[in-house]
Ligand binder design. Structure first.
Ligand code: DAH
Length: 361
């Protein structure tokens, strides 16, 4: 009997270890420990033994059963592990992307600056408004308190659109400033109101510091108790954020615009050091914008009651502040579409400026 047990042990342990897959292992289990398995049949023989024989064979068979059972479990675990490994290898997915080629195109400094100032003013609660570039002379002039005989009409060097001969209506113009968007925003949205309006404007002017098309951003805030102090705070806050410089210093100089009363032009403190412009230091001042409290006539043109509401407004040259911030020397190069210039001064196409990550990074 003990020889038979030793033989069973040797054979089945070898078969367990050699079983190549779970099905083969199950076959081995049934052959050894199943109801009609060899070990089970041997157990049945115990009944026919003498008590002395049984005392030896009983524990030996139980030990054999336990040993084969343990070996079966170990083999099953090993096969399961191997199966999982194989599955993981088979189902592996490459979620990495190949490096993308850097986009060839760049964002023009004017677009970059528009995105930057939109982010800054959005943070102060200003929405973006738009208006047409071909504008009626009412929106461009009359509604802004610029009467037909007002010298500003000549000063603006306006481009007039063609009218058919005999058509005596006043001609449309290429807007000479973004200020007409003030009127449109008031009409469309009513008060209270906080908008900026960046966009293209046109004047018949062309030299080193002027182009016939350039960019402005208009700002307009209307509420029940708007003050000049709020205008000043807003512009200072804007300049600090835009130039990414705490030390910016602004100077408000009394001025005149038909659409604001009182009006102020705003200069920024700067210095020329070795041909390089430095902001926030030095004894020079550079004009960067016009501003003031919205004239009652202008509010009325926009359908807003000046007895109930006041507003401040400002207009800022985008090209000018782009040159200041990014050290670009010549305005005319902005519009030459020279690829070398665009690659040099342009911005990465996928980096939209936002305040938390730093505007110009
Ligand atoms: N529209 C003026 C210009 O083009 C700029 C300006 C001045 C806009 C004062 C304003 C303002 O809104 O309040 O020269």
């Amino acid at each position: 009997m003990m020889d038979a047990i030793a033989e069973l042990r040797k054979r089945y342990l070898a078969q367990v270890v050699g079983a190549p897959d779970p099905d083969a292992l199950e076959t081995v289990r049934l052959a050894a420990l199943g109801k009609k398995g060899e070990v089970s049949l041997k157990m049945r023989e115990l009944g026919r033994m003498t008590p002395e024989e049984r005392q030896i064979a009983g524990p030996a068979l139980n030990a054999l059963k336990a040993e084969i059972d343990t070996a079966l479990r170990a083999r099953r675990a090993a096969l399961d592990d191997a199966a999982l490994d194989a599955r993981l290898r088979a189902e592996w997915l490459d979620v990495t992307l190949p490096p993308r080629p850097r986009p060839r195109g760049t964002i023009h400094p004017v677009s970059q600056v528009m995105d930057e100032l939109t982010a800054i003013f959005a943070d102060m609660g200003f929405a973006v408004a738009e208006g047409p570039q071909v504008e009626s002379d009412w929106y461009n002039f009359d509604a802004l308190n610029i009467a037909p005989e007002h010298p500003a009409r000549q000063e603006h060097d306006t481009f007039f659109m063609h009218r058919a001969p005999g058509d005596n209506r006043p001609p449309h113009v290429l807007r000479t400033h973004t200020s007409p968007v003030q009127i449109r925003a008031m009409q469309d949205r009513g008060a209270p109101l906080r908008v900026i309006a960046p966009g293209r404007v046109y004047r018949m002017d062309m030299d080193q510091t002027h182009a016939p098309m350039f960019h402005q951003v208009e700002g307009l805030a209307i509420d029940r108790n708007v003050t000049m102090a709020q205008l000043k705070w807003t512009l200072e806050e804007f300049c600090r954020a835009f130039f990414e410089l705490d030390a910016v210093e602004l100077r408000f100089r009394a001025s005149h615009f038909p659409f604001t009363e009182p009006s102020a032009e705003v200069d920024i403190r700067c210095a020329w050091v070795d041909g390089q412009l430095k902001l926030g230091e030095g004894d020079s001042w550079m004009e960067i914008l016009g501003s003031g409290m919205v004239h009652p006539h202008v509010l009325r043109s926009g359908g807003i009651d000046p007895e109930q509401w006041q507003g401040f407004a400002f207009g800022l040259g985008i090209d000018r502040i782009a040159m200041l911030k990014y050290g670009i020397p010549d305005l005319r190069a902005f519009f030459d579409s020279d690829l070398r210039w665009l690659r040099h001064y342009g911005f990465a196409a996928l980096d939209l400026p936002d305040l938390p990550s730093g505007l110009s990074r």
